[in-house]
Design a protein around this ligand. Structure first.
Ligand SMILES: Nc1nc2c(ncn2[C@@H]2O[C@H](COP(=O)(O)OP(=O)(O)O)[C@@H](O)[C@H]2O)c(=O)[nH]1
Ligand SMILES: [Mg+2]
Length: 223
């Protein structure tokens, strides 16, 4: 759950990028890091092993101010390999939103599904079954990517899909904004952020957009 410090006028959000090994979670964070105003980001901490798989987790802190309030967004990735179950649980605990990075390649269908099942089970076990999840299909640039119609929507036929090629930086910022927007709306129900902080959703999104590159897709940012 988000931390709100009313005395310091500070809100901290925790967002987590989840998904199977090598789907592009770290690549999302790298692209996001590149898109954030240098003054408003911390060091991108990545722990990659030589074979390109995340050892423990990555962390990118993002900060900005709006309406006299400080916002801190901590963005994490989890390692996808089954053996890192303990790390996944620790990182997922207390999160305010999840981006599920699925791999668009046809031969990754089962890996996507296994990771999705693992996410649902862990959210249930951690008592956060209703935290919003945004599904991103990454690697849309590859020739063996499935068509949109073929993509697994993970038991919700009406689910919105974010398309990305994180390595090229495409679709990364729109996914992030979709996630932050959903997380804000989810928290607003319990914390009544607008009443208590005196900042509404539109003002928050506008401030966020000012600090993160729009990458030529401005229509998606404030909507
Ligand atoms: N073609 C292509 N390769 C990608 C894309 N995103 C990530 N990759 C590659 O996939 C591999 C795994 O990416 P990484 O971000 O480390 O995955 P993670 O294990 O989920 O953190 C790396 O070799 C990336 O360069 C993409 O959109 N398109
Ligand atoms: Mg990684």
């Amino acid at each position: 759950m988000a931390q709100v410090d009313f005395a310091e006028r500070q809100l901290t959000l925790k967002l987590v990028y989840y998904g199977p090994p090598l789907s592009g979670k770290t690549s999302n964070l790298r692209a996001l890091h590149g898109a954030v105003d240098k003054l408003n980001r911390g060091r991108l901490m990545t722990l990659d092993t030589r074979d390109d798989r995340t050892l423990f987790f990555d962390l990118l802190p993002i900060f900005f101010r709006a309406s006299g309030f400080s916002f801190r967004i901590k963005v994490y990735t989890v390692p996808g390999q089954p053996v890192h179950e303990a790390t996944r649980k620790v990182v997922l605990a207390g999160s305010d939103g999840v981006v599920f990075v699925a791999d668009s390649r046809r031969d990754q269908r089962e890996a996507n599904r296994a990771s999705w099942k693992n996410l649902v089970a862990n959210m249930e076990a951690l008592g956060i079954p209703r935290v919003p999840v945004v599904v991103q299909y990454n690697k849309r640039d590859l020739p063996d990517a499935m068509s949109l119609a073929e993509l697994d929507r993970f038991d919700d036929a009406g689910r919105t899909i974010e398309e990305a090629s994180a390595k090229q930086g495409h679709g990364v910022v729109p996914t992030f904004f979709a996630m932050v927007g959903r997380a804000w709306d989810f928290l607003d129900v319990d914390l009544r952020l607008a009443d208590k902080l005196g900042i509404d959703s539109a003002a928050f999104r506008k401030a966020l957009a000012e600090h993160i590159g729009v990458q030529g897709e401005p229509g998606r940012i404030l909507g």
